[in-house]
Ligand binder design. Structure first.
Ligand code: C2G
Length: 447
C-alpha cells in the first residue's frame, strides 16, 4: 500500500483544495491529510483564517477523499508524521515548490500544480469589507493603520483627528481625513476610538447610537456605570463593543496566561507588573495635559490585565499611591496599585514620568513565570524553578504587538464568530480602577 500525506489550512474549502486532494489521493492508495491547527497557522503568520480547526477538519472529512485526517500543530511535525505513519509520498501544491525538498530524505516529494484563479484569501477578501473609521490623536494610530493592512475584510476609510504628527505615508491611502466626528461616523460601519480617555464615553456612545460597532482603546470609560451603560447599549442594538488592549491578543501573552492557569507554577501567590515609558511632559502646560493620557490611563489597563485575568476582577482591597504631576488634570507621573485577594497579592506600577524595569513576574508555589521587559509586547517568557535544569523558555513570533490579532478578533465578533478576549466584566473592572483613581480614592499622593 502506497501512503500519501499532504498538509494545509483548508479554510473556506474550495475546488482548488478538492482538486489537490483528489490528485494527492491518486498518487497512492491511502491519503493522510494534515489540517493546520489555529495556533500553528497564527505563528506562521496566517491570522485571517475564518473557520475553526474543527470546521476545517469536518470540511475535509466531508469530501470523502482523505483516508485519515490529523492535525498539524508544530514546526517540524511533518518529519515526525512521515516516520510515524510510514509515508511513501509527501505532496503539496506547486506554490510551495522547493520549500519541502528537505523531506526527500524521508520520502518522495511531489509538487502538484496549484489550481489557478481560486484561493481562500481571495474568498475572504471578496466578502463585504468592514469600513472602519478612527477617532483620536494617539500615536498608536500609525501602528494601527499599518497593522490593519495585514487583515482581510477590513478597510480604514476615514480618520477624525487633530493629530499633527500622524505619519503622512500612513494616511495617504485614507480617503476621509476630517475633524468632524459626525461625518466620519456616517461613512463607516465601525469606529476605533483612541481619543483622550475623558472623551471615550461620549465618542463610544455616539457611535453606538448611530448603529456602529466600536473597538475602544482601553479604558472604555472612566467609570463603572458609564462602561456598563455602553456595553448594555451595544447589546441592546446588537452591536459589538470591544475593549482594545493589544497585549491581550499577542500569542506569547495568551500562551503564558494559559500556562500560568494550568498549575505549571503551582498556586499563584503574587502577580507583579511594571509598565513605564518616560515622556517629556510640561506639567504647567494645560493644553498639553489636556491632550496626553496620564500614566494610569496609558498603562493601567495593560498592567492590570494579568492581575485581573489570573487573580480575578474583584480584589478584597485596592490601594492606590500616586505621584501627581498636575492635580487639576489628574495627571499622575507614577502610580502604584496594590491588591489583596483571599490567597494572593498583586502590584502594578505604571508611569510616564518614572522609568523602571518593565517586567512581569508571576510567583507560584512551584516556580514562577518571568516575562522580560517590555513584557507587554514580548515574544518570549520563561518558567523558572528552584532546580534551574527544569527551567523552560517559550518563544512565539510576535507580529505587530498583537494589534493585527486584535483587529481579527474584533472582525470575528462582528461576524458572530470567535470569543471575546477581553470580557465585559474585565473591561468594567478596569474602568472601576480608573474611577477609584479619578474620584480621589488614591490613598496617598507622594508629593
Ligand atoms: N491549493 C491548490 N490550489 C489552490 C489553493 C490551494 O492546489 N487554488 C493547495 C495548496 O497548494 C495546498 C493545499 O491546497 O497544497 C491547501 O492549501 P491552503 O489551505 O492554502 O494551505 P497551505 O498553507 O497553502 O498548505 O505546510 C504546508 C502548508 O500547510 C500547505
Amino acid at each position: 500500500m502506497t501512503k500519501v500525506i499532504t498538509y494545509g489550512t483548508y479554510d473556506l474549502l474550495h475546488y482548488g483544495h478538492i482538486k489537490l486532494l483528489e490528485r494527492a489521493k491518486a498518487l497512492g492508495d491511502y491519503l493522510i491529510v494534515g489540517v493546520t491547527a489555529d495556533d500553528f497557522d497564527r505563528t506562521r503568520g496566517k491570522i485571517n483564517v475564518q473557520q475553526t480547526l474543527m470546521e476545517r477538519v469536518e470540511a475535509v472529512r466531508q469530501t470523502g477523499i482523505a483516508d485519515e485526517i490529523i492535525v498539524e500543530e508544530y514546526e517540524g511535525q511533518k518529519i515526525d508524521d512521515i516516520k510515524k505513519y510510514g509515508v511513501d509520498i509527501f505532496t503539496v501544491g506547486s506554490d510551495w515548490r522547493g520549500k519541502f525538498d528537505y523531506l526527500n530524505e524521508f520520502c518522495k516529494v511531489v509538487y502538484l500544480d496549484r489550481t489557478q484563479g481560486i484561493s481562500s484569501s481571495e474568498i475572504r477578501a471578496s466578502k463585504s469589507e468592514l469600513r472602519l473609521g478612527i477617532v483620536g490623536e494617539s500615536s498608536v494610530i500609525n501602528k494601527f493603520v499599518r497593522e490593519s493592512s495585514y487583515v482581510n475584510g477590513i478597510k480604514i476609510i476615514g480618520i477624525c483627528s487633530n493629530n499633527k504628527n500622524c505619519e503622512s505615508n500612513v494616511f495617504e491611502k485614507i480617503k476621509l481625513i476630517t475633524d468632524d466626528y459626525h461625518l466620519l461616523i456616517e461613512n463607516v460601519d465601525a469606529v476605533y476610538v483612541v481619543s483622550h480617555p475623558t472623551r471615550h464615553y461620549s465618542d463610544v456612545k455616539e457611535a453606538l447610537l448611530k448603529g456602529k460597532h466600536v473597538l475602544c482603546e482601553s479604558p472604555v470609560s472612566l467609570s463603572v456605570s458609564e462602561t456598563e451603560e455602553l456595553y448594555s447599549l451595544a447589546q441592546s442594538k446588537g452591536l459589538i463593543l470591544v475593549d482594545a488592549i493589544k497585549t491581550a491578543y499577542s500569542t506569547a501573552y495568551t500562551r503564558m496566561i494559559l500556562l500560568a492557569k494550568s498549575g505549571k507554577i503551582g498556586d499563584i501567590v503574587s502577580v507583579d507588573s511594571v509598565c513605564t515609558s518616560l515622556r517629556d511632559i510640561d506639567y504647567s502646560n494645560s493644553d498639553q495635559l489636556g491632550r496626553v493620557w496620564n500614566s494610569i490611563s496609558s498603562w493601567g489597563p495593560t498592567a492590570l490585565l494579568p492581575i485581573f485575568q489570573l487573580l480575578g476582577e474583584k480584589p478584597d482591597s485596592t490601594r492606590i499611591i500616586s505621584r501627581i504631576g498636575n492635580k487639576e488634570h489628574s495627571y499622575d507621573e507614577f502610580t502604584k496599585l496594590s491588591f489583596e485577594y483571599a490567597a494572593a497579592v498583586a502590584s502594578a506600577k505604571v508611569g510616564k514620568g518614572v522609568k523602571s524595569e518593565g517586567e512581569l513576574i508571576i510567583s507560584g508555589t512551584k516556580g514562577y513565570i518571568y516575562v522580560p521587559a517590555p513584557w507587554w509586547k514580548t515574544d518570549y517568557f520563561e518558567i523558572r524553578f528552584e532546580n534551574e535544569r527544569e527551567n523552560k523558555r517559550y518563544f512565539y513570533q510576535l507580529e505587530g504587538e498583537g494589534i493585527r490579532n486584535e483587529i481579527v478578533s474584533f472582525l470575528r465578533l462582528i461576524e458572530h464568530k470567535g470569543i471575546r478576549t477581553i470580557s465585559e466584566s474585565l473591561s468594567i473592572a478596569i474602568s472601576g480602577i480608573m474611577e477609584d483613581f479619578h474620584t480621589g480614592k488614591t490613598v496617598k499622593e507622594l508629593k
